[in-house]
Design a protein. Structure first.
Length: 240
């Protein structure tokens, strides 16, 4: 008897395009999700059950083109597939929709507040949908929605706690790649911003510099004390 598996007839991630052919509107659509991904890679360095895609195609139907969020997080999936990097994110292979989708809006919206929002809810079932529009003035630039019974509801506050992953997400001013502006960051349960890779390196350098300076000061004090003892006719070695 012939065993039929319909999944075998579907294209694999290797056969699908790895991204859309429409360029991003500005650098922030790449920099902001990349910063979140890099920070998460340090926070979850010992976990292998998550994946963060940046401007990567998410295929949900073999007959339709992929949707490409600026960033998305999936949990409960392999960090790497068979030791390799993903070409795209294919739902019929991953078996899990993204947990979180992020859209960074430039000056002109492209359905982020309407058609994309409905698509993520109805077609993909993404639990959290996040829109960040830094140039927005009359309303908060960061909106976090949670899916409840097939509909998105806005969560107020900054940062917003995501209990399912034990992290919060929010916005504040900082420096990334030498650029001082408002960025999106991960937060702990107390609302403290998690350090980015750059900030961790800077913190380590400051700590090393402090220890180095402390050692120099200690050596200088010891030398000064030895000189004073010699001036009094006491050999420092005799005191040991």
């Amino acid at each position: 008897m012939l065993n039929y598996n319909p999944l075998h007839c579907l294209p694999s991630s290797e056969e699908l395009l790895d991204s859309e052919d429409i360029p991003v509107d500005n650098e922030l659509q790449d920099l902001i999700p990349s910063l979140l991904k890099a920070t998460l890679a340090m926070v979850w360095s010992d976990r292998w059950d998550w994946f963060f895609g940046v401007n990567m195609g998410v295929y949900y139907d073999p007959k339709k083109p992929a949707i490409v969020p600026d960033g998305f997080l999936s949990v409960g999936v392999k960090r790497f597939t068979d030791g390799d990097l993903r070409f795209s994110y294919v739902l019929w292979e991953e078996k899990k929709p993204p947990f979180l989708a992020l859209e960074v809006v430039s000056q002109i919206s492209h359905g982020e507040y309407s058609t994309k929002k409905e698509f993520y809810a109805k077609e993909l079932g993404v639990l959290y949908y996040i829109i960040y529009k830094p140039l927005r003035r009359k309303k908060p630039p960061l909106e976090v929605y949670r899916l409840v019974d097939g509909e998105y509801f806005l969560i107020s506050g900054n940062p917003i706690w995501l209990p399912e992953i034990g992290l919060g997400i929010g916005r504040e001013r900082g420096i990334y790649q030498g650029i001082a502006r408002e960025w999106l960051y991960w937060y702990d349960e107390e609302g403290q911003k998690l350090l980015t890779p750059e900030e961790r390196i800077q913190e380590m350098e400051e700590h090393l510099n402090f220890e180095r300076q402390l050692r120099i000061e200690t050596e200088q004090k010891a030398q000064l004390l030895a000189e004073r003892l010699k001036a009094l006719g006491v050999e420092p070695e005799s005191l040991t």
